[in-house]
Design a binder for this molecule. Structure first.
Ligand code: EZ4
Ligand code: CO
Length: 399
């Protein structure tokens, strides 16, 4: 079964998505997601100008060989742009293999180890009461695990605090301000408030979004211990891998990390030294299903569970790939889940289904998703940046 065409579809049904369709000479085609938030067109150009010509005429069955060739064979390797494009190709080839076998992806990955995948939703607010109210709404809708973020007093814009989406700069990035001291003072008080308001049956977690240095993260981890978080997400910058030892020395809080990693080697010291408890890679940025499965297997050997990144800025195709893996992997932990803008369903059919705190996918062959290219054409790309962050003194900080 030879690849005859790869089409790249850039569309904005409420969010920018870079999608592909790989077509074969048998008539079977597969779909993939190559969305990299804020740098979408770099991936689109890579797919269209550089990768499409390499794929024509290849045997669609050879996923691993194609992965190795696109990762290593092109000499320049790794990084979010290259590996997001690779992920799109990888997903589409798995989709084709599933359609050819007439089996859902979870079946090709070894079959279900569970009936549904536990997920967490995002509660946000401008005040503790707002965050608690949002969490209550999610709990009423069945969520058993809730990520809680709140506005930090004295700052302008805080990651995850606004309801809905982060503010998106249409022309240039929206600049937030942030300081570690009020943040470190606020978050333990938030969880003290939430435990009193919500009780201890619901699982709570918090995303630091890579903003602390090691000793600050250790302090936060220790001060959050009484509230028994499901995990503390992304406490340090991705460059700070060995520094996770500092947090471990001071706390028993479960740690999760990974959405900025782009391949298995970047995850290694955290896995082999057991410095984290959950790996949170993004399937669309680590090179797809092939690489995520390998990362999960490495983690299994070290008692680490998966918590794949599930933000609104990847399409339902990646969300579907996440859940197929979740259902198959023995060391699945939890799945991050985000409500996508309504028009997305006009463009991408299929994707996970939420019910009672958990996600499932259909038994359709492959990923179970389709792209309506005519509908995609009705939602043209719109330039949008992620926010950036500066300290009170004007210096750059991690967003
Ligand atoms: O900020 O994917 O856990 N989820 C996150 C995300 C990231 C976005 C960046 O594009 O941290 O919301
Ligand atoms: Co995060």
């Amino acid at each position: 079964m030879k690849i005859t065409e790869m089409r790249t579809i850039v569309t904005c049904p409420g969010r920018n998505y870079v999608l592909i369709k790989i077509v074969t000479d048998s008539g079977i085609h597969g779909v993939g997601d190559g969305t990299l938030n804020g740098r979408e067109l770099a991936v689109a150009a890579l797919l269209e100008k550089h990768l499409a010509p390499l794929l024509i005429g290849r045997d669609a069955d050879r996923i691993e060989d194609t992965w190795q060739d696109l990762f290593r064979g092109t000499y320049w390797r790794g990084g979010p742009v290259l590996n997001t494009a690779l992920a799109a190709v990888d997903m589409a080839l798995w989709d084709i293999k599933g359609k050819r076998a007439q089996l859902p992806l979870y079946s090709l990955l070894g079959g279900k180890t569970r009936d549904s995948a536990l997920c967490y939703g995002h509660a946000s607010g401008d005040s503790f009461e707002d965050t608690a109210q949002h969490a209550r709404e999610l709990i009423d809708r069945g969520y058993r695990v809730v990520r809680c973020q709140t506005q930090i007093p004295g700052t302008h814009g805080t990651y995850g605090a606004g309801r809905g989406d982060a503010p998106r700069g249409e022309q240039l990035p929206f600049v937030e301000t942030w300081e570690p001291t009020p943040y470190l003072q606020t978050i333990p008080k938030l969880f003290d408030f939430l435990r009193r308001e919500l009780g201890d049956q619901v699982e709570l977690l918090h995303d630091v979004h890579e903003r602390l240095n090691p000793i600050q993260a250790a302090r936060l981890a220790r001060e959050l211990e009484p509230y028994h978080l499901f995990f503390l997400e992304d406490p340090l910058r991705p460059e700070h891998k060995e520094s996770f030892r500092v947090i471990r020395e001071h706390s028993t809080i479960p740690l999760a990390m990974g959405e900025l990693f782009t391949n298995k080697w970047e995850c290694l010291p955290l896995i082999t030294e057991q410095l984290i408890d959950f790996i949170r890679c993004d399937l669309a940025h680590v090179g797809g299903i092939t690489e995520a499965k390998k990362i999960a297997t490495l983690c299994e050997a070290f008692h680490i569970q998966t918590a794949w990144h599930g933000p609104p800025d990847v399409s339902p195709i990646t969300h579907a790939a996440n859940v197929h893996l979740d259902l198959a992997l023995p060391n699945f932990g939890i799945q991050e889940w985000s409500q996508l803008p309504d028009p997305v369903a006009d463009v991408i059919l299929g994707g996970p289904t939420y019910s009672d705190g958990c996600l499932t996918v259909s038994d359709e062959p492959g990923l179970g998703c389709e792209i309506d290219e005519a509908a995609a054409g009705a939602y043209p790309y719109q330039r949008a940046y992620l926010p950036t962050t500066r300290r009170a003194d004007g210096s750059v900080h991690d967003w």
